[in-house]
Design a protein around this ligand. Structure first.
Ligand code: B12
Ligand code: SF4
Length: 497
């Protein structure tokens, strides 16, 4: 029986809070459902206890699967090289591999690349590896540091969404796999396999960092039909596929009753696209008595798909905090540049309703989109202060390949050199990634720092932060972060997705 280790590589771009990796959870769930031996290694919570190198030295795995969004692709290649040294077949998957499969297939430490959703692909790969071992036992065991070659008779050419090398060493990109339309049929993610005590609560900037929270996340729907020009959706796509309420409640029940969740985060792209379903889900949580464990919408509340009844039901269902993509305080920017399908007034309305329901609020704001002006950024700062969410995330526009913003910048040749070094593309890094038209990088960075200063250096904010226990427990970290965000001094740790 093949042994598989699914791993997330070292994350230098993401270290202020730790969430479980649902992609790896889903893949593990699928492999378990098909009887495979699988384990998960998440560098973000394990590397300081045991490196990937040591983990692989301690136990042999036939296959190591690595996941990578764009800013982590370099780390994924490094991890693949380590896995090869331990004799494993390496598979890379995730957002960046879906966008740029060939780039990784050109690396000798990468054996297979998977594009798109992969719950079925990973199982088909295991079956092909088993078949190949029967046809030609030499191939699975061939010299491990060389790129692996695969025998067409094992069915490699039929695996949708797979890139591989044939027996002549030629890279083959099979046709894409269609998105799975029956999302209820996907096995639950293997939540029980995460070392959950090592993950933090879901938003330490609001609640204070709890290093031992049993905070799980859940994906109740996949995809989003909106086409915001900065948004990268290579995996979940442009359609919306909601799980049935019963199916979601069953997973939620498992998290609360069996796994002892202390907090649950919905990470859908847009969980309230179907408002009636969102309300039905809240009613289901109340009916199933699951509303005593707090939950939050980490991403995915779209302001224009809300009403007072929804927020009131969410509150009754145990919701503690909602996040909204506000993005910009200028209607022209929202309509013509960001193409978000929402207006500033809709944003105001949603915040009003959420606050009336006594929910905490988070607002996400982007600085420096192409077409932005000093005036539009000023409007964004003023709107943030007017809405006064419990948490304001000010992010620097980050151009990911495949987005309309990326295409526009490539066409106008304005992406800075270092944006092409993928690990520089972290969201909310304090450096502007590009200039556009009359707007220079310095102005964007100045307004970004100004936003933090004007929003957070208000007496009531300072009092709130000072009253939190963790501010004093993690004082050096917060001091460093504050110096960077407010004054632009030193390097800062990126803090948002
Ligand atoms: C929740 C979330 C987070 C959480 C949890 C991160 C995590 N590791 O899962 C937090 C908040 C920590 C986070 C952080 C970051 N995130 Co984030 N995140 C998301 C979000 C909203 C949902 C992820 C999810 O659960 N998807 C559902 C699962 C089922 O899909 P999946 O993880 O992609 O996995 C499937 C496939 O990709 C594939 N697959 C994945 N890995 C592998 C590995 C192998 C071997 C194989 C075969 C297949 C495979 O199979 C999986 C099952 O179908 C997505 C948006 C989205 N809808 O995907 C953004 C998203 C993935 N994040 C993004 C980014 C940029 C980041 C950060 C780099 C932010 C930063 N600071 O710059 C960090 C990186 C952290 C990290 N170590 O990965 C971008 C990636 C864009 C891109 N082009 O790469 C996205 C798409 C958001 C966006 N629209 O911009 N994120
Ligand atoms: S930013 Fe949100 S609403 Fe816009 S396309 Fe992405 S997921 Fe959809």
């Amino acid at each position: 029986m093949l042994k598989i280790l699914l791993a997330s590589p070292e994350s230098e771009v993401w270290n202020s809070r730790k969430h479980i990796h649902m992609g790896l959870g889903y893949l593990a769930g699928s492999l378990l459902a098909h009887g495979y031996h699988v384990d998960i290694y998440d560098s973000s919570v394990e590397a300081d206890v045991e490196s990937l190198d040591d983990r692989l030295a301690r136990e042999h795995f036939d296959v190591v699967g690595l996941s990578a969004p764009t800013p982590l692709i370099n780390a994924a290649w490094d991890a693949a090289a380590i896995a090869k040294r331990h004799g494993a077949i390496t598979i890379l998957g995730g957002p960046h591999l879906t966008l740029r499969p060939h780039e990784s297939m050109e690396k000798e430490m990468v054996d297979l690349v998977v594009r798109g959703e992969a719950e079925r692909t990973i199982v088909e790969i295991m079956a092909a590896l088993e078949k190949q071992a029967e046809i030609d036992p030499q191939l699975n065991g061939q010299n491990s540091v060389e790129p692996k070659l695969f025998h067409p008779d094992a069915g490699w050419g039929r695996i949708l969404g797979l890139s591989w090398r044939n027996i002549e060493g030629k890279v083959q990109h099979n046709p894409d796999r269609l998105l799975s339309d029956d999302v209820d049929a996907i096995p639950f993610p293997a939540h029980h396999m995460f070392k959950i005590d090592r993950y933090t609560n879901l938003n330490p900037l609001t609640d204070g960092l709890d290093m031992n929270a049993r905070a799980f996340t859940i994906v109740t729907s996949r995809g989003c039909p909106y086409k915001c020009t900065y948004c990268s959706k290579p995996i979940t796509g442009d359609t919306w596929r909601g799980r049935s309420v019963d199916n979601v409640i069953a997973e939620w029940e498992w998290l609360v009753k069996d796994l002892g969740a202390t907090e649950i985060g919905i990470t859908d792209d847009i969980w309230n696209l179907d408002r009636d379903r969102a309300k039905a889900l809240c009613r289901g949580l109340i009916k199933a008595n699951l509303n005593h464990v707090p939950w939050v919408t980490i991403h995915g509340m779209k302001v224009n798909n809300t009403d007072q009844e929804l927020f009131s039901l969410m509150k009754q269902a145990g919701c503690k905090r909602v996040g909204f993509g506000v993005e910009n305080g200028d209607d022209w920017m929202l309509r013509n540049v960001i193409k978000k399908g929402q207006t500033v007034d809709m944003v105001r309305q949603a915040f009003k309703h959420a606050k009336k329901a006594r929910l905490q609020t988070m607002g996400f704001f982007i600085f420096g989109m192409p077409g932005e002006t000093e005036e539009s950024m000023e409007k964004t700062i003023k709107l943030a202060m007017e809405l006064d969410p419990d948490l304001a995330h000010f992010m620097m526009a980050a151009p990911f390949p495949g987005t309309a913003m990326w295409e526009q910048l490539v066409e106008h040749g304005h992406i800075f050199e270092n944006a092409l070094e993928w690990d520089q593309l972290a969201i909310q890094e304090n450096k502007a990634h590009f200039a556009f038209g009359n707007l220079d990088k310095e102005t964007v960075e100045r307004k970004w720092h100004e936003a933090h200063r004007r929003f957070y250096l208000r007496p009531k904010r300072i009092m709130r932060i000072a009253a939190r226990k963790d501010t004093w427990q993690r004082f050096p970290y917060y001091l460093k972060t504050a110096a960077n965000m407010l004054l632009g001094l030193g390097e800062r740790e990126a803090t948002a997705a």
